[in-house]
Design a protein around this ligand. Sequence first.
Ligand code: NAP
Ligand code: MG
Length: 500
Amino acid sequence: MSAALSIDTVKEQASRLTFRNQAFINGKYVPAASGKTFDCINPATGKAITQIAEGDKEDVDRAVKAARAVFEKGSWSRMAPTQRKKVLMRFASLIEKHTTELALLETLDMGKPIRDSSRIDVPLAAQAIGWYAEAIDKLYDEIAPTGPEAVSLIRREPVGVVAAVVPWNFPLLMASWKIGPALATGNSMIVKPAEQSPLTAIRIAELAAEAGIPEGVFNVVPGFGETAGQALGRHMDVDCVTFTGSTEVGKFFLRYAGESNMKQVSLECGGKSPNIIMADAPDLDAAATAAAWGIFFNQGEVCNAGSRLVVEESVKDRVLEKVMAVGKKLIPGDPLDPKTGLGAMVDKTQMERVLGYIEAGKKEGARLALGGSRVKTETGGYYIEPTVFDKVDNRMKIAQEEIFGPVLSTITFKDADEAVKIGNDTIYGLAAAIWTKDITKAFKVSQALRAGVVWVNCFDNGHISSPFGGFKQSGFGRDKSLHAMEKYSQLKATWIHIGA
Ligand code: NAP
Ligand code: MG
């Protein structure tokens, strides 16, 4: 979607969309067993777009049965890797071919700017699936260095039935980081999209079928977390849960596994990432601009958002001035307008949560330097302006808890040791950044920071080949890179006795 398109053109494209709104089980769209549906809301207007099948225990059970049956049959799980590659490459191409439609669905469903859904979310989702497809017929298994009396073959086998429970902030992309490696390694799967954003997951199910993925291998069960999500977490025949979402719900999945069949669980959870800017950063203006985008991108609804700006005292005023200059220009707008850089918050609950944190920051004595309010109320949508707090103490609620909105907390430090101490003073450990010209300092600080990703002189950069995931209560297991495949395979040692 080019920025040259007018909002009228995009709206006209949106008006021609049709919405798939049912579960996709065993190769077919089906209503929920209960017949129930729930409203799918457009957060830019507060109005319903369509009604979605409300999947629950019975639907989950049907999907798991279908997934298990095809897994046992072997039509996907034992397909030659080269053949699986071809099918998944077709799936990736179909996603790419439907970029405009999928981007519109994503934007209508969860309020992110069309500019981002069409240039980032959908292309990267297609890239992720294609990347794992291309990898799968180039990986070798191992033979152990035992003595001459035996040959021990160490093979990776698919885990079986995988449940992917995903969030609403990058609905298609977070799902694709799981779909790519789970399907490439030969598993069957069930995707449970977030209730706020089910449209793209439901739509790509038929693209998967069109690509040639056999019936039952790829299922989508929309519904609520407490019902459909929990049913997957507690199901006795789900072998693996791969989850992205909040730390609170991540802990539920550990409990579900412990109280059911001890299924394998991997968790990609929340964050409170420190973006550490030293006075000797190579370019303070570039660092400040990246800091602004690091918190305002995707309305701040980003797990690795640089929500704590940890800046050396001597350069704080200069950095903050630039951050605020970027923030002031980012006026929330209609997500369907190709010129919009900041869209609507995903729903009313999330908007109110973020506004609650802004109030808490003021009460705790932080200085509100920019924004702080809901805007565009006349639209019925859930918009919050870019917000910056200065004079934040790292012990304050706004520095400790994940806000998941466009709200930045600025904290100062005097030397590298203090920066590391502040950076690590959090229950989270998803990501961090350090800006400095000094390579030794950059390396030492990056080693000392307890986070799954540390950026040096950039923020939020990445590639599908580089792993992503957290330390501490940001979870465990990695999405992206070849390491992601480890979650969806188990090692089998076949010991062949040769004799003396
Ligand atoms: P969430 O509330 O934890 O929901 C995530 C998923 O879990 C949704 O599909 C949700 O379903 C489901 N769920 C909710 N309650 C459940 C329960 N009791 N049992 C089983 N499943 C349940 O998270 P969110 O609000 O969608 O997303 C924001 C969070 O995701 C943030 O904390 C963010 O940091 C994190 N996130 C992390 C990463 C990462 O890679 N580390 C990436 C993106 C987002 P319903 O929505 O239908 O209730
Ligand atoms: Mg929605």
